[in-house]
Design a binder for this molecule. Sequence first.
Ligand SMILES: [Zn+2]
Length: 140
Amino acid sequence: MANPIDVVNKLVQIGKTLRDVAELVKDAETKNLIADLNLALADLKMQLAEIQEEKLELNKRIKTLEAAHDIRAKLQVENDVYWFKETPPTGRAFGPYCPGCFDGSEKLVLLKEAQHHLEKVQGKYACPICKQHFGSLYKR
Ligand SMILES: [Zn+2]
């Protein structure tokens, strides 16, 4: 299937040829109609470019969600935070990872251990990105 913008460009070329023909036969009404046609085609071309850009964005989003889906299947929740069940991907720690960041924006953010004196008040782990605290000292 041809690229839609190439099709519009071909239609613009045909419009120019028709305009030349109308010029030769001195047909003003046809010339005006062809000018309207060219304006509509230019508008269509801009809309197609926007649709193609949107399509690229959506494909990017699908890839991100697919990758998150693959990672989610490898994670488990323990003490309110995510950990890899088995060997983590290269360069990744087993955990703990922030559930807020992963569930909200598909980002694996390694949590930091809370300072000892805050642990009992706020939870065992702190997220450096969303600043949330997770994990109780006592297993439920
Ligand atoms: Zn977070």
